[in-house]
Design a protein around this ligand. Sequence first.
Ligand SMILES: *Cc1c(COP(=O)(O)O)cnc(C)c1O
Length: 396
Amino acid sequence: MTDSEHLPADDSVTSARGGWAEPSSTQPSNPPVYQTTAFDLDGLDQLNAIVSGQQHGYIYTRDGNPNQSAFADDIAKLERAEAGAVGASGMGVISALLLSHCKTGDHVLAARVLYGRTVQLLQQLERSFGIEVTFFDATDPNSIPDTIRDETKLCLVEGISNPLMEVADIPAIVNAAGDVPVIFDNTFATPILQKPIELGAAAVIHSGSKYLNGHGDVMLGVVAGSRYLIRRTRQFLALFGINSNPLESWLASRGLRTLPLRMRQVSVTAQTLAEWLETVPQVERVYYPGLKSHPSYEIAQRMLPHGYGGMLSFDLAGGKPAVNQLLKSLHGIIPFSPTLADARTTLSYPAGTSHKFMKAEERAAYGIADGLVRLSVGLEDAAPLQEELGTAFKSL
Ligand SMILES: *Cc1c(COP(=O)(O)O)cnc(C)c1O
């Protein structure tokens, strides 16, 4: 059977080119999703012009796509960076950034308390590629100069650490690191509460899966920094195929529109809950930078003048059995969910999820107790959250 016997020729063309509407004389009020693998070129001159950077244009979505550029450029603007790039996830951009700047024999400085997977990634780079890592105490910037070597390429720190919410003194760390570029993971504070680049950081990375999107339905990462750093990182994102889907960036851009409102709201609710938790007899200790009792309170006054964010942790007096009982006694408003920065308040258990990869003694040394519970405060009012937790505490 020939093609023409199978279908009338026009039908094959119509089918193969399906989905195109007449161009509108009006602009859409929202950007379209550029859900396309490639972009058609009008000839070799245009191909050369785009590849050489003389003309702005896209060719293949692994290398670039308007939805990705829109989101990356907005984050760069908010972070006061020259440029930005997106990747498949927070881990994707951290991987690309590290691998594009470090080779075998190089050395990386990293804060002792980091997102669990970031620590695991650094350990893996050490084992697989011989990139050496020294972990330092980010609350003691004076310890940094002694760890710097000729081979030190980067210093990696989180603005607000997970899960004890220690706040980094960014100018002190940047100063102590000298010529070594400091990369800040700004996932917890977002550029609404903190702009590390203004304080001397070389670049900022984010899990876009968290507050930037804010609705718990996206996997995305974004990095913002100098044009040079972003160009290199972007090359590795494309080369290793750690690129993201256009729809993820489109969704994250939609989430971004409410970011200032959301960060203001979670900061107010988290402060209320943290102060209340300090009065609860079943709670031994509360970790929130907005509390006078927190070791980082002084630094937080300087680093987070617009609010302390939505992340808080607390130690239950009864340890792991009390955590187990607490989870059984929550009745549906606060789910046990191993993520953060959803619109809903979620609860997680660092010793069993994000920091499970550590040995028990290691966790204890970091201050991550078996009774430690982390709350990612969402957009609900404080009262129903307090009621849900209060009822569960009474069962302990
Ligand atoms: C979630 C998270 C990451 C990793 O981001 P993914 O998008 O989950 O890959 C990195 N750093 C921090 C602080 C995070 O919370």
